[in-house]
Design a protein around this ligand. Structure first.
Ligand SMILES: Cc1cc2nc3c(=O)[nH]c(=O)nc-3n(C[C@H](O)[C@H](O)[C@H](O)COP(=O)(O)OP(=O)(O)OC[C@H]3O[C@@H](n4cnc5c(N)ncnc54)[C@H](O)[C@@H]3O)c2cc1C
Length: 461
């Protein structure tokens, strides 16, 4: 008996899932791949995380689009793993399942006051400004002075979007509701607080330099925050990235006060650890930071010296965190699916046959889009080895025809959106942008996205 076509489900159509599907499709295996996505549109955080004023990065969608446009990988969007189907269902139709569900929520920051009104997670704000269909359409932009806690690119994104004049976002795909609220924002000062020193921040050189070019926004740094210990010097010498970041920051310390004429400012503070969000009547009125000191190896200890900053809103950008999936093990500490190089393992560390992970849900929410490609290669290499080793025994699915899963979802009343559906939505969004010389205007309400993709009447039109 000849070996049947291997049936593989990939769950999550962000970059990790699309790269994994692409790499798998190019192996020697005779394989048929279905790519599931809970949202009505593919591309994950490239569409719903990367800031709208980063069109160059958003262009990665062009490459991902080309992969799916080929037609050999089937997209089944608007299908939620956990609600619309679960592992046992997938096992009925597929020999292997790869989870690439990424991360969408904020990591916790357990300091007093974190639950006050006016204290927000960066992930929620990002979802809002990027027009994620499952978050509220409004955002309370009432603060004049804002604190952003964190020392990575997401902190920079949040600070930049808050400080930027809304009209400078107009050429981008920023949704109309987001533009309107940003336009009315009274913000003048955004303070970014990093716990460690300038040589320890995780900013990318390009993203940092970009801050210096935002129209009518000054970047201010404070010379007293510039401390370099042995660990810092080692970091500067061993990493070109760190060297560039430190150079950009140091150049900013040389600015003369009369050069600072903008109506809005982003202040970058180093060696300030947030210890408490201050509140009055349940609302944020300030942030207390503790001065830290480098202790030789690049880490810091608190000095006990605190400073209160009057701010009316606080955004924590201290990292993303994965979400658990039904019937799949989850590491509550790391926020990932426990795995060995992409092979998902149970509590005893044994590989759960046919179950794999890739992308942020595999290795945690760090790294750029490009990293998800090498990640996917590793996972697919192991899947290939397992197929070779398992021989015919690997082929466990009982309902192998692609239409079987379509019938299963139809019977459950799921409005599956295929690649053709995405093409309709893509064309619609482009047509909204065209009269204004913009590449696209995003459709935000989920029900509208679904209706457009399925060629139905648009509810809110
Ligand atoms: C705010 C922000 C800005 C960023 N900016 C940049 C940048 O400028 N440059 C850069 O290189 N990288 C950037 N990144 C990093 C980049 O977005 C990630 O490296 C990458 O998106 C991770 O890919 P992923 O596929 O693992 O996860 P994701 O992109 O999160 O994709 C996961 C997909 O799985 C889907 N999913 C989740 N749960 C389910 C479920 N139960 N059923 C079905 N589908 C599900 C999600 O809807 C999503 O589409 C940024 C990240 C963030 C958060």
């Amino acid at each position: 008996m000849s070996t049947p076509t291997l049936r593989v489900a990939v769950v999550g159509a962000g970059p990790a899932g699309i790269y994994a599907a692409d790499i798998l499709s190019k192996t020697d295996l005779d394989v048929s791949i279905d790519l599931f996505e809970r949202l009505p549109a593919p591309f994950g955080l490239v569409r719903y995380g990367v800031a709208p004023d980063h069109p160059r990065i958003k262009q990665i969608i062009v490459a991902l689009h080309k992969v799916l446009e080929r037609g050999d990988i089937r997209l089944l969007a608007n299908v939620d793993y956990g609600t619309d189907l679960k592992l046992d269902d997938l096992r009925q139709f597929y020999d292997a399942v790869i989870f690439s569900t990424g991360s969408i929520r904020d990591a916790a920051l357990p300091i007093p006051g974190i639950d006050l009104d006016g204290s927000y997670g960066a992930a929620d704000f990002v979802s809002w400004y990027d027009g994620h269909p499952d978050v509220p359409r409004t955002w309370p932009l009432e603060a004049q002075h804002v604190a952003v806690l964190g020392a990575g690119n997401v902190a920079l994104d949040v600070a930049r979007i808050l400080a930027k004049h809304a009209d400078d976002l107009l050429p981008t795909e920023v949704p109309a509701n987001v533009y309107d609220l940003l336009k009315a924002s009274p913000v003048t000062d955004v303070h970014v607080f990093a716990r460690r020193g300038p040589a320890q921040v995780k900013f990318s050189p390009l993203e940092l330099r970009e801050l210096g070019h935002v129209p009518d926004v000054d970047v201010i740094v404070y010379p007293e925050d510039f401390e370099f210990d042995e660990g810092s010097m080692a970091a500067i010498h061993s990493s070109n990235q760190t060297k560039q970041v430190v150079k950009t920051l140091t150049d900013w310390t040389l600015k003369e006060p009369e050069e600072l004429t903008a109506s809005r400012r982003i202040h970058l503070h180093f060696l300030h650890k947030p210890v408490e969000i201050l509140g009055e009547d349940g609302k944020v009125v300030g942030i207390r930071t503790e001065r830290t000191a480098l202790n030789g190896d690049g880490n810091v200890t608190g000095t006990g010296q605190t400073h209160d900053w009057p701010v009316q809103a606080v955004y924590r950008a201290v990292g993303y965190f994965g979400s658990p999936l039904v019937d799949i093990p989850f590491d509550d500490v790391a926020g990932v699916i426990p795995n060995r190089e992409g092979r998902v393992v149970d509590v005893d560390g044994e590989h759960i046959p046919g179950v794999y992970a890739t992308g942020w849900i595999k290795r945690g929410p760090v790294g750029l889009i490009g990293h998800t490609k090498s990640d996917a290669s590793e996972t697919i290499r192991h899947l290939g080895e397992d197929v070779a080793e398992g021989g015919d025994a690997f082929y466990t699915a009982t309902d192998r025809e692609p239409k079987a899963v379509d019938e299963f979802l139809a019977a459950r009343g799921v409005d599956v959106i295929t690649w053709t559906g995405w093409e309709l939505l893509d064309a619609w969004e482009r047509s909204l942008g065209e009269p204004h010389g913009r590449e696209r205007v995003k459709v935000v309400p989920r029900e509208d996205m679904v209706a457009i993709s399925l060629g139905r009447d648009v509810p809110t039109a």
